[in-house]
Ligand binder design. Sequence first.
Ligand code: NAG
Ligand code: NAG
Ligand code: NAG
Ligand code: NAG
Ligand code: NAG
Ligand code: NAG
Ligand code: NAG
Ligand code: NAG
Length: 597
Amino acid sequence: MLSLRSALLCAALAALAAAAPAESAHKVKETVYPPRGWTVLRPAPPAHTISLRIGLPQPKFPELEEHLYAVSDPSSGRYGAHLSKGEVEALVAPHPESVQLVDEWLVSHGLAGDALSRSPAGDWVTVKVPVSLAEKMLDTTYHVWTHAASGAALVRTTSYSLPAHLHEHIDVIQPTTTFARSTPMSATYRSFRAGAAAPDRTDGAKVAVPGASGGQVAASCNGTITPACLLELYNATGYTPQAAATNKIAVTGYLEQYANYADYYQFLEELVPYAADSNFSVVYINGGVNNQTLADAGVEADLDTQYAFGLTYPTPGTFYTTGGSPPFTPDDLEPTDSNEPYAEANDLPQSISSSYGDDEQTVPYSYAARVCAEFAQLGARGVSVMFSSGDGGVGDGDADPATQECYSNDGRNATEFIPGFPASCPYVTAVGATSQVPEIAAWFSGGGFSNYFARPSYQDDAVTKYLGELAPGIYAGLYNASGRAFPDVSAEGVNFTIVWELEAGLVDGTSCSSPTFTAFVALLNDARIASGQAALGFLNPLIYALNAQAVSGFNDITVGNNPGCGTEGFNATIGWDPVTGWGSPNFGILKELVLSA
Ligand SMILES: *[C@@H]1O[C@H](CO)[C@@H](O)[C@H](O)[C@H]1NC(C)=O
Ligand SMILES: *[C@@H]1O[C@H](CO)[C@@H](O)[C@H](O)[C@H]1NC(C)=O
Ligand SMILES: *[C@@H]1O[C@H](CO)[C@@H](O)[C@H](O)[C@H]1NC(C)=O
Ligand SMILES: *[C@@H]1O[C@H](CO)[C@@H](O)[C@H](O)[C@H]1NC(C)=O
Ligand SMILES: *[C@@H]1O[C@H](CO)[C@@H](O)[C@H](O)[C@H]1NC(C)=O
Ligand SMILES: *[C@@H]1O[C@H](CO)[C@@H](O)[C@H](O)[C@H]1NC(C)=O
Ligand SMILES: *[C@@H]1O[C@H](CO)[C@@H](O)[C@H](O)[C@H]1NC(C)=O
Ligand SMILES: *[C@@H]1O[C@H](CO)[C@@H](O)[C@H](O)[C@H]1NC(C)=O
């Protein structure tokens, strides 16, 4: 039986629908080529439900970007004066006309009231609809697509349309044309190796390292990495966090990557005994779970929590877990789909690490631009966002350079280097990998140039210098010299000792590097907050400015390269390079520098 309230609502809807202008004819909004590796299986079941997320344009985004740089550039008078949640929301709010026209279109399909959910700024409207209705709204046909190599399945289309009058009022609708998977960066090159010998740090043998605490590091660290190795190598031995009541650090996890508490406790007991009473909290997004069945522990999630939180004890750590809905896991799989909920949070951690990503070309530009804009919002609010730079060198994420297939996905099928996303977003700090002690570049360290995002001005000098030193004409046509170049920085990424399913073992990847770098950012924030200063927020303008000084606080990595696509890739050089960025952190020096920034 219809309640009076819903009867009234129905009548109101009918009236609205009748009043809505005749819908203009559909026009194609976006068409993509399905990325390599994806094949169409069958039409999507008409009753399968998807959450359509409709992105309305953010006409004031250029203003938000100006604020972002003003509060992130250490030479600006507003450095550190981050924006509030409300201020950021006002700067990403859509134009009222867009809201009205989109609402009218939704009403004409029977969608209104409780059927809609809106982001606080109103820039995203989400409707849960059966595939059959989405197909009518978007004049398209959805299919189930599968990715043979990973077994992933998605409900997607390669083209969709919108009434012509709505084109300028909608930036993007997903899930439609995005084929990205949330690939964890760990184990891309080789998987967890159980049975690592207990690291021997007690025999007294040392390796000289100029930037390390005391100028030397235990010799065992040139073999297996532990938190103690990293604290020593990055000149942070003996630093005690003082702002644990305010400062926070977080790592992200996605479907099937559960952070296991028993693994965490055993890791601390063995390798960070002074932190043995530590725990972390979990925030669940979009129905995420953190299953504690030991056999379900994720290597990536265990690695991220153990290093990010182990290195920063007693700074409170949060594991953000984002869900999906089997069997198709269609709409929530991508890290890109889940970014926005962070921007909605009131109480944000000051530093976040994410070791997930995919080839830039698996995400249509329209959506990548919106996701990247979400990171700008976090930066404006004072959050440092780190992403792994990828594990395929200059190639496509497959760390074996011999099997990489580096073809553009734009219909040209041109051979070219394959940048990763979100590392290619100019508003995140992309972290590459090093290996050995003293450090050299790790051969798999993802790096290169975006095909979507132009080079931001903060890296003009550094990248121009690097490009100027390349052999003339080398790799012409393989990379986009005008694109945002990455990584920005790096940290160790080979032979990390972790505990997984209660067993010690080794893992590699820029997956190790991002939580590690993020941990030192959290310690720098600790020092800033303890002295009454703002957290560092979006880091890149500061990082590039520091490196223009005589003393930068970074260990420049000048040996190694990142092969891929059948080439030797780029070289690590003096100064910035697309293998290791500016290098790894010297915490002690950086602490002095950021306290006076
Ligand atoms: C570190 O280990 C590598 C092998 O992984 C070796 O080639 C290098 O000589 C070692 N460095 C030092 C300083 O012992
Ligand atoms: C990593 O560990 C393996 C043994 O498991 C060793 O052969 C190799 O030299 C180590 N590499 C580095 C960079 O420490
Ligand atoms: C750690 O936190 C989790 C989640 O809140 C809780 O279930 C667990 O009991 C805690 N462990 C300890 C040792 O406090
Ligand atoms: C955790 O996973 C196990 C086995 O994979 C399953 O039986 C159990 O129902 C799951 N628990 C939750 C809370 O999802
Ligand atoms: C792209 O070119 C490569 C090499 O010429 C070829 O092997 C591949 O099949 C082509 N792919 C498409 C989609 O045309
Ligand atoms: C190169 O990057 C720019 C952005 O800087 C972009 O506009 C252009 O389309 C890219 N070129 C190719 C071939 O991808
Ligand atoms: C890397 O260095 C090698 C050896 O100096 C040189 O032959 C090669 O051209 C360099 N590659 C690039 C991309 O600069
Ligand atoms: C390590 O940091 C301290 C400041 O905490 C600094 O005085 C020292 O010079 C740094 N050591 C090296 C080797 O850079």
